[in-house]
Structure formats: C-alpha cells, structure tokens
Design a protein around this ligand. Sequence first.
Ligand SMILES: [Zn+2]
Length: 245
Amino acid sequence: MKKSCDNVRTSPFSHIWIQTQQAIPMWNILGEQDYKDSPVKIALFAHWDTRPSADQEQDPDRRSQPIPGANDGASGVAVLLELMKEMKGKHPGVGILFVMIDGEDLGPGEDEMYLGAVHFAKNLPTPKPQYGILLDMIGGKNLRVPKEVNSAYGAPLLTKLLFTHAARIGLSSTFPNAEGMVIDDDHLPFIRAGVPTVDLIDLTYPQWHTLSDTPEHCSPKSLESVGILLKSWLTSPDATTATGK
Ligand SMILES: [Zn+2]
C-alpha cells in the first residue's frame, strides 16, 4: 500500500475473544489517494482477516481449523491492491480512502464479527468519507452480484447509480439490476455511522467457511470485473453524483 498510497497507517484495536478469554490484537490498514484535497471523498473497503474456524466443513474434526480465505477475505483485498496501483497518479478528481478491515470474520457468532468495521465507524477519519463501497467474496467463479438489500435501503442513491453504471459499461450480467439477499456485513456499522455503503458480495460460494476456500475455486475474471467497475466508476461523474441525497 505504501507504494501506491499516501499516509498509509494502521488503526489498532483489540478484542477479548470469548473462546479463549485472551485479548487479540487487530488492526485496520488505511491508505489515501488525493483524499484530503478532494471535495468528494470515497472509502473502499475489504476485510483482510480470515475466519479462524471452518464451521461449514462436513467433517466436525476439521471445523476447528482456520479457513484459507482466498475468496472470503483475500479477493476484495486483491482487487483493492491492484486498483490502487492502477489509480496511482491518475487524479480522478475524487479522493479515495482504501481501508483493509480486520476482525470481520472472527466469530463464530455475529456478536464477535465486523469488529474492525465497528472500530472504523467509532473512529471515523476527519474529514469522513461521503460514502463507501465494500468488497466481500467477489472472487468466486461465475460471479453474480445483485443489489444486496441492506445496501439498497442504507445507501439507495449510491446503489442505484452504481448498478446503472455497471449496466452502462456492459457488466449487467455480473452486476444485475436485481434484488439480492439481505446480508449482515461490514457495511452496516458504516451506514449507521452516516457513511452510506454498498456491499458488493456474492454469498453463493460453495466453499464458504470451509478449508476449500482456495484460489482454484476463484476466478481472475471475477476479480477483473469488479476492478473494471470500480475504476470506471471512480473516473466517471457518477462518483460525484452519488454524494447527493
Ligand atoms: Zn466469512
């Protein structure tokens, strides 16, 4: 991130895990591109932690092992790392805050998930981003990312414009203008903190929370589609229009 961004920093926090009664040190990682100087400020999020327990494994004896997280974690990070390289020096007229989030998938219960998102929401940077785009599990084969329902309610203008934009650049088969699932994810703390955020996610991934969440079940084409959408969005007037009500 230091090669592509300015002001790269960590934002540490810790959590006492119910399972071990030990404090786990964690940290979000943030980097900026033209962030402070641009009137329009956009946050791009992905979680970089991976789940410590493969609770969807068939064999109960294997459920205590951590998942590799090629899709559930690494896919969003991979797209953001490549995107920041692509956007370096481009000065698209909007400021970008790249945020790699820790503690999304600690769990196993939802009361111990989204920890880095909650930490970010409680410690919003100043100035705060006007909206956010979250990537999660966007690396699976035959990627299909419809409009996640909490996003459509919590960030209606952004969601509408982003999916219209995807259709305009020929990506409507990957990002169909259709209602998807209702998903609890890192975007909910951001929305509650006043940063409307759309969650781009495809939860129809057979290897979800198993030890088989590995690169051979992912597709470079899927990562590319998401990267193309974000790059096109950031360099279009829609990125600014989406800050409206
Ligand atoms: Zn997960």
